[in-house]
Design a protein around this ligand. Structure first.
Ligand code: FAD
Length: 383
């Protein structure tokens, strides 16, 4: 199989790499992490101009009709600059759902302004007790006249603090753990009864806890059929996991390349520390892990778009596990090889370490994905 990028894909990579170098180097992130919003609308508009927010949207919906791999290539480059604009929350998660389920009117109202870069979106699905169990939902949407009333709390809502519109998972029927009865609603970020608590993540990015108290939602803000959202939610979170792998791969590459450069530059005992064989062995092992991660990422990105649900889930779980295992090996060794300065905030390597750590936990951590992989393949039945 030929894994070379097509000419078009190589252009996407070059364009994104140039953008990061010119518009959003790591120093910019250092400034943004001190701000309340954590990202800039002006940069978001520039990203829209590049076409990135519409890259995976079908042409008939006003997008570029690209593949998930195209999006992954962009995310990888953004990961190399720690770009904090909410592309995963808006374009991958919420944008994907609107594209999958939205009517023409809903896409016009919520998707089009996002891909033009004038609004941003979020997807609120996780709850404090649910961990990675997507059906575990206590938030309810009860009929109220022609519309609904939402009550409940969501956590880890990426861009939930700033999004203009938020896609919320709420239960319209069934008990807390039922697969059936989950519905998706588009809720205005400024809706009455919605409390947004900004969360400063350990990687310097932002998310939110959202509390809904009798939030009124009109019937035309229901996405798809009432009570039948389970498969869409799973697909959205799988896309999120694949996106995390892509961005995380960018972080891991930076950690690797910066470590190699440091070993050539740092001298101890009158020679570069990279001349010590013990350290050469470590970077060779880091390189091997990086290549394993690259292969898993490519395969999972290709499988996001396929119809066979089981294969999609298995490949994405395998890649997410690789992000945890290979990623951790690279992170840990990079910090060790930088010696004492590796743990200081002045070194950018720590920023990549922390971002990668967050991406490893988002959309299912390594343990959760290894369990899903095992059960899909039937390995959990083997003693
Ligand atoms: C949290 C923390 C607290 C600290 N507190 C103190 C303290 O209280 N007092 C104090 O004096 N110091 C302290 N240190 C500093 C610590 O002693 C140094 O970080 C340590 O001695 C390593 O030196 P270095 O940072 O210059 O790394 P370097 O010597 O530059 O080493 C970088 C990398 O190269 C490797 N390396 C270096 N030489 C060789 C070699 N010959 N062969 C193979 N590998 C080699 C190292 O193992 C490391 O992985 C602290 C460090 C940390 C992280």
């Amino acid at each position: 199989m030929n894994f070379d990028l097509t000419e078009e894909q190589q252009m996407i990579v070059d364009q994104a790499a140039k953008f990061v170098a010119n518009e959003s180097p790591v120093d910019r992130f250092r400034k943004l992490r001190e701000t309340e919003q954590g990202w800039e609308p002006a940069m978001w508009a520039k990203m829209a101009e590049q076409g990135w927010l519409a890259i995976a949207v079908p042409e008939e919906q006003g997008g570029f009709g690209g593949t998930f791999l195209d999006m992954a290539l962009i995310l990888e480059q953004l990961g190399r600059g720690l770009v904090a604009e909410p592309i995963i929350a808006s374009a991958v998660l919420a944008g994907g759902i609107l594209s999958d389920l939205g009517t023409e009117a809903q896409r016009e109202a919520f998707l089009d302004p996002m891909i033009e870069g004038s609004t941003s979106l979020a997807f609120a699905y996780a709850e404090a007790q649910s961990r990675y169990a997507l059906a575990d939902c206590k938030t309810t949407a009860t009929k109220d006249g022609d519309g609904y009333k939402l009550n409940g709390e969501k956590v880890w809502v990426l861009n939930g603090h700033a999004a203009d519109q938020i896609i919320v998972v709420a239960r319209t029927a069934g008990g807390q753990f039922d697969d059936e009865g989950l519905s998706l609603f588009v809720v205005d970020g400024d809706a009455a009864g919605l409390e947004r608590v900004r969360v400063n993540q350990m990687d310097g990015q932002r998310s939110a806890i959202l509390r809904f108290t009798d939030v009124a939602v009109a019937a035309d803000r229901l996405l798809g059929r009432e009570g039948e959202a389970r498969a869409t939610i799973e697909l959205a979170v799988d896309r999120g996991a694949a996106a995390a792998c892509a961005e995380g791969f960018g972080c891991a590459q930076e950690l690797f390349e910066r470590t190699v450069a440091y070993l050539k530059e740092r001298e101890q005992f009158g020679v570069p520390i990279g001349s010590f064989q013990a350290l050469q062995h470590k970077v060779v092992d880091m390189y091997a892990e990086l290549e394993l991660l690259r292969s898993a990422l490519i395969l999972s990105s290709v499988q996001v778009d396929i119809e066979d649900e089981e294969t999609r889930k298995a490949e994405i779980s395998a890649a997410k596990l690789q992000l945890t295992d290979s990623g951790w090996f690279i992170q840990e060794n990079a910090i060790q090889l930088f010696g004492g300065i590796g743990v200081t905030d002045e070194q950018d390597e720590g920023l990549f370490f922390k971002r990668l750590r967050c991406l490893q936990g988002l959309f299912g951590d390594g343990d959760w994905h290894v369990d899903r992989f095992q059960s899909l393949k039937g390995f959990d039945a083997v003693d």
